[in-house]
Design a protein around this ligand. Structure first.
Ligand code: NAD
Length: 204
């Protein structure tokens, strides 16, 4: 199987890429614009592998996305590319609207066009996995509270509002066009290659 992973140079995306290359026979095309959050050093251990390919592309660039789909013919898409830091979204929301909403829309359109051209088993097996966040549900009330998939959306920052918007677009592309999608809303992650907070950088 060939996975197209967007945001594969980021914190979680690079863990996905390292996992796939290190533990499966599948191959990965990492599509990443390399913003301040992208770090190719996190992929140094796998970048020489035959199963790995890299495309420095902005998900808002439709022509380049079309080229990548045409050239690499992925079996599935895992969409992690995003502006992802809440504090930055308060200082500069424009990039969040551009990448998280317009970029996801552009990727959905190119994926739909590509999926429409597939046939048989490849078409049936295709999936567009959109990686979202539990922040679309707003704030928990107390330590015992929890979110479920039925919790109403209540985003409260430009970041979470832009992710909520992208979730709605992904669902609409399923309901309207039948594009086979998955949406996951995980909680906060931490681990190797986590981008340091700007405060910590300034403090150091
Ligand atoms: N980190 C968490 O705890 C957490 C929790 C829940 C959900 N998520 C979601 O998981 C995904 C990955 O999060 P992360 O923490 O790895 O983010 P990150 O900021 O570390 O990585 C994002 C990656 O996307 C790339 N990117 C940004 N804009 C782009 C564009 N326009 N085109 C192409 N690439 C672009 C960056 O270069 C970077 O490599 C995001 O969608 C985020 O919303 C993260």
């Amino acid at each position: 199987m060939k996975l197209l992973v967007t945001g594969g140079a980021g914190f979680i995306g690079s863990a996905v890429v390292r996992h796939v290359i290190g533990n499966t026979g599948d191959s990965v095309i990492n599509l990443d614009k390399l913003t301040y959050a992208g770090n190719l050093e996190s992929l140094a251990g796998v970048s020489g592998n035959d199963q790995y390919g890299f495309e420095q592309v902005d998900i808002c660039d439709r022509a380049e996305l079309e080229r990548v789909f045409e050239e690499h013919k992925p079996d599935v898409v895992m969409h992690l590319a995003a502006e992802s830091h809440v504090d930055r979204s308060i200082d500069g929301p424009a990039a969040f609207v551009e990448t998280n909403i317009v970029g996801t829309y552009t990727l959905l359109e190119v994926a739909r066009q590509y999926w429409n051209g597939l046939t048989g088993e490849r078409k049936a097996a295709f999936r567009f996995h959109h990686i979202s966040t539990d922040e679309v549900y707003g704030d928990l009330e107390g330590p015992e509270a929890l979110f479920t998939e039925q919790t109403p959306y209540a985003p409260s920052s430009p970041y979470s509002a832009s992710k909520a918007s992208s979730d709605h677009l992904v669902r609409a592309w399923y309901r309207t066009y039948g594009l086979p999608v998955l949406v996951t809303n995980c909680s906060n992650n931490y681990g190797p290659y986590h981008f340091r907070k700007v405060d910590s950088v300034n403090d150091s």
